[in-house]
Write a protein that binds this ligand. Structure first.
Ligand code: ZN
Length: 309
């Protein structure tokens, strides 16, 4: 082998080595890049999911924010309007000396074990209330819905899914959810339910949704919606004792002719159950009329839409 041939062989070997190094580099680079992409996507997915949960949670806490809504009359104002209930309108609902306070106890987010306990107490005092239920399909929940109706209380819809991101994402999703809940209640109780409470109220801003379409949809269906003007605080981030829940309600009830009181009968609301007897007794002490919501009930709404037609 001449020296020239040796050099050539040497050069070829080195070239092969270089190519091999290059290949290793490219493969390593691609592997790392793919892995990083997967990692990043996973992290982003988790982030989106947790943000979604936070939004739902935040929206839920809005249900318990101090309420300023009040009675709204059903007068037409000409063109379509959406307006938050103003302080001026709130004045119409302010109680005057000698007025009998009408109090509507409303329980959201059930049914659950606590619903049974609440129904027992209401029975004991012969008091009727209103339950805004969510989409629970199991037999026990259906039986509780039936019990609510059979014992003379009013049953209302509080959406099937109770997930803001779902129900407030489009009118189609909203109306499908309403129908689903209406059908479940009818199936369980025989009652075609025509009253509704918006999760987060009709002025819910959390989902960054314009509520107009949803309100108009309910109006078209002849479904009446009710917000509240008295909040017990049983679902706020601040945890109240049973006595404090009673005080929260009593402090506001005395101000109004009509009070729609926000309470919850979902899982974990044992303090509400605990507070109920003394709440009823305190209301009876001031001669308040405790009533279930009916067609005649003054509509306490944060937001209204009316059309001139
Ligand atoms: Zn709710």
């Amino acid at each position: 082998m001449t020296e020239e041939q040796r050099d050539l062989a040497q050069e070829k070997r080195e070239k092969r080595k270089r190519v091999k190094r290059m290949k290793t580099f490219i493969v390593t680079f691609l592997s790392v890049w793919i892995m990083l992409s997967i990692l990043l996507t996973t992290v982003l997915c988790i982030k989106v999911y947790s943000l979604q949960k936070q939004i739902d949670k935040l929206a839920e806490s809005v249900e318990n924010a101090a309420a300023t809504a009040t009675a709204v009359s059903d007068t037409d104002q000409g063109s379509v309007r959406v307006e938050p209930v103003t302080e001026a309108i709130a004045k119409e609902n302010l109680a005057e000396e000698g007025d009998v306070h009408k109090v509507y106890l409303t329980f959201d987010d059930g049914p659950s074990d606590n619903t049974d306990a609440i129904l027992e107490i209401l029975n004991e005092y012969n008091v009727k209330a209103t339950f805004f239920v969510v989409g629970k399909e199991d037999q026990e929940s259906r039986d509780r819905m039936k019990r609510i109706v059979d014992e003379g209380h009013t049953i209302g819809m509080h959406s099937y899914a109770h997930k803001y991101s779902e129900i407030y994402s489009s009118l189609e999703n909203f109306s499908t959810d309403v129908e689903k809940m209406q059908n479940l209640i009818e199936d369980a109780t025989g009652v075609r339910c025509m009253i509704y409470r918006f999760p987060g109220s009709s002025s819910n801003m959390i989902s960054n949704t314009d509520m107009t379409d949803y309100i108009r949809y309910l109006n078209e269906q002849g479904i009446a919606y009710y917000d509240w003007n008295v909040s017990s605080g049983d679902s706020t981030s601040q945890v109240y004792t049973a006595d404090e829940l009673v005080e929260n309600v009593m402090n506001d009830v005395v101000k109004y002719k009509t009070s729609v009181v926000l309470l919850h009968d979902s899982e974990g609301k044992e303090t509400t159950v605990e507070a109920l007897s003394s709440l009823i007794e305190r209301l009876q002490e001031i001669n308040a009329e405790i009533l279930p919501i009916t067609d005649d009930t003054v509509r306490i709404q944060y937001m209204t839409v009316s059309a001139n037609n």
